[in-house]
Design a protein around this ligand. Structure first.
Ligand code: NI
Length: 281
């Protein structure tokens, strides 16, 4: 459905990756759209774009609310397999976005996050990583965390052990190829994963299973203002907040959501930073 073109070029402009020089990227950015974020982000389908094209960030547009610079440790270890929240003693929250990267919505979300100095965690689908590796590189280059959300977004409870392993492995490999980093956590599509499967993934890949404590049900498309008010009203210290950068209305809701949470004193950190604060048994 989406037009794709194979280009032999390195679309990453912020970090140099050895794998990038010869890799064929299957890219599907739409042409001719008027999105302002994309207008400033290199369009790999542009014939004018060469290997030396520099990424130019758009001007900051928010009205001043900014997340503080947070330099918390992000290494965690322990035997706890499933996490759905962090500590309740500090006003830290982790914003998580599933099912991307998306060629228009994810870059727009990244602009919104950057304008507020917020780091988030992206649970990406491996197939989308292979379609839009340049967006994954941007996610990582801007300090966000990447998590594994399977390659095909199938319900893992209906798959065999070897199929589950393949879903995890293919996605991890795609992320490493695209951005040179390995994910540290996973989130199962639909939140569906048996305890036994969680333990296997934890021992095979070292990924704890990350669920959530705040769910605005944004995938039902209730509209940006409802998504925003649900998240703000349900937020709590240590919250892991679920949202989907796949959906344009969810991204539309984020400026007001972030500003609402910042004005209430919440501070944004990544999932790994949230886990590192917990004493993991
Ligand atoms: Ni999902």
């Amino acid at each position: 459905m989406r037009r794709r073109k194979i280009l032999q070029l390195c679309s990453s402009t912020l970090i140099a990756l050895p794998a990038c020089s010869t890799k064929k990227d299957a890219l599907g950015l739409g042409v001719g759209n008027n999105n302002s974020a994309l207008a400033t982000y290199p369009n790999p389908q542009s014939a004018k774009m060469g290997a030396n094209t520099q990424y130019r960030p758009p001007a900051y547009v928010n009205n001043g609310l900014r997340n503080p610079n947070i330099d918390l440790p992000s290494s965690f270890n322990g035997k706890t397999v499933t996490h759905s929240r962090g500590l309740s003693s500090s006003p830290f929250v982790a914003m998580t976005f599933d099912d991307g990267p998306h060629p228009r919505n994810t870059p727009r979300l990244l602009d919104i996050l950057r304008a507020r100095n917020i780091r988030a965690t992206f649970y990406v689908i491996g197939g989308n990583v292979d379609r839009y590796p340049h967006i994954v590189r941007r996610i990582v280059a801007e300090g966000h965390e990447i998590g594994n959300h399977t390659y095909t977004h199938r319900k893992l409870t209906s798959l065999s052990d070897s199929e589950v392993k393949k879903e995890m492995r293919r996605t991890q490999d795609a992320i490493v190829r695209a951005a040179g980093v390995k994910p540290r956590t996973m989130r199962p599509p639909y939140g569906a994963l048996y305890q036994r499967q969680r333990s296997s993934i934890f021992s095979d890949f070292g990924y704890p299973t990350i669920m959530w404590s705040v769910d605005p049900l944004d995938w039902k498309r209730p509209g940006p203002s409802v998504v925003k008010s649900r998240i703000i009203s349900k937020a709590h210290n240590g919250a892991i907040i679920l949202a989907h950068d796949l959906h344009a209305p969810t991204v539309d809701a984020m400026p007001g959501t972030f500003d609402g949470l910042l004005s209430r004193g919440y501070k944004f950190i990544t999932v790994s930073q949230l886990l590192a604060q917990k004493r993991l048994a």
